[in-house]
Design a protein around this ligand. Structure first.
Ligand SMILES: Nc1ncnc2c1ncn2[C@@H]1O[C@H](COP(=O)(O)OP(=O)(O)OP(=O)(O)O)[C@@H](O)[C@H]1O
Ligand SMILES: [Mg+2]
Length: 335
């Protein structure tokens, strides 16, 4: 099966510094990729670059190729102008923005907001058709079509998040990116929205990129995962490979911090230090200063290398056959 999305060497710069550096991945129709990593590592910036929606001051390079089903030639997003992107965005690739449920237009009824998106992209649609589509979309995301006649403030947070997903689906795109779609919801609503995304992927054959800092969310909904650190992918593979056999010390620490049901009570120790300042990155491996296993060798940047079939990590010492328990006291060479 052809890849619906191929990204290579994606780089985003702000005043000459890279915020996203050399990100690459591919996605097949119906597949879902999780993008993980702590706050500030470049997840949202990557999503915005895929849509060519970066704010002023940020520039992007690299190849982004989208091949919707049935298309002969890929759409080269990386090379498109703004005018060229307007026929691609929402129609072929769409994004549920981080914090999106608060970004609906407060003075327009839900129906009208969906109506505008459909008509913008499908000029030939009759009013009757659009009306039916809106009712279908609301039903698809688990809302009664009647809710379409309400204003955003008359809906709950979970309902508004569902409306945002309906908007992202309105023009039947091939790829949907959802940036922290459940972070602002309570746990019950979180589970429902995740179940909805999973069901849409199955039923509509959507390819999906799900962004979350919460690994527990990704494990339930994704086939593969890419873990980002300081703007780079440091590990990628199937959920099973990465969760059962992590090959980067950062992934290992992230997994150690997940609560285990029935495990001992109390919080796992946090990863010491904080992510690097993009304006003043450390020499070599960006995780080096926080890594308990770092040595002199880590003063050169490790490339992302295959460590198993479809499993890659950017660590000089991978593949790791076991994880020595190094005490925080001896935090590497660059303490
Ligand atoms: N408009 C901007 N101008 C300058 N720097 C920016 C801009 N937007 C983001 N950044 C920087 O880019 C880096 C990545 O930010 P991004 O929002 O992509 O992180 P994230 O992984 O989505 O984090 P979170 O989990 O908090 O949403 C951060 O260091 C941030 O300060
Ligand atoms: Mg973000």
């Amino acid at each position: 099966m052809k890849n619906v999305l191929e990204v290579e060497g994606l780089r985003v710069e702000y005043r000459g510094r890279s915020i996203v550096d050399g990100v690459g991945f591919s996605l097949k129709p119906g597949e879902s990729l999780g993008l993980a990593g702590e706050s500030g590592c470049g997840k949202t910036t990557t999503a915005l670059a895929l849509m060519k929606l970066l704010p002023d001051g940020l520039s992007q390079k690299g190849s982004i190729e989208l091949t919707p089903e049935g298309a002969e030639e890929p759409i080269r997003i990386g090379k498109r102008t703004e005018a060229g992107m307007q026929v691609v965005r929402w129609r072929h690739i769409s994004l549920v923005f981080q914090g999106a449920m608060n970004s609906l237009d407060p003075v327009k009824k839900i129906d009208l907001q969906i109506d505008e998106v459909i008509r913008l992209h499908e000029k030939g649609c009759s009013s009757k058709e659009v009306k039916e589509r809106i009712a279908d979309l609301l039903t698809t995301v688990g809302l009664t079509p009647k809710l379409g006649s309400r204003y955003p403030h008359q809906l709950s947070g979970g309902q508004r998040q569902r409306v945002m997903i309906a908007l992202a689906l309105a023009c039947r795109p091939s790829v949907v990116i959802a940036d922290e779609p459940t972070t602002a919801l309570d746990v019950v609503m979180q589970a429902q929205v995740l179940e909805l995304l999973e069901q849409l992927r199955r039923d509509l054959g959507l390819a999906m990129i799900l962004i979350s800092h919460d690994l527990a969310v990704l494990v339930e909904t994704c086939d593969r995962i890419a873990v980002m650190y300081a703007g780079r992918i440091v590990e990628t593979g199937t959920i099973e490979d990465v969760f059962t056999n992590p090959q980067h010390p950062y992934t290992k620490r992230l997994l150690d911090s997940l609560p285990v049901i029935g495990g001992t009570r109390g919080l796992a120790p946090p990863i010491p230090g904080g992510p690097p300042d993009p304006g003043n990155p450390p020499e070599g491996c960006a995780f080096g200063p926080r890594c308990p296993y770092a040595t002199e060798r880590c003063l050169t940047v490790p490339e992302l290398r295959e460590v198993g079939s479809g499993h890659a990590a950017a660590c000089h010492f991978s593949p790791w056959s076991s994880w020595p328990e190094v005490e925080a006291a001896g935090l590497g060479v660059r303490k």
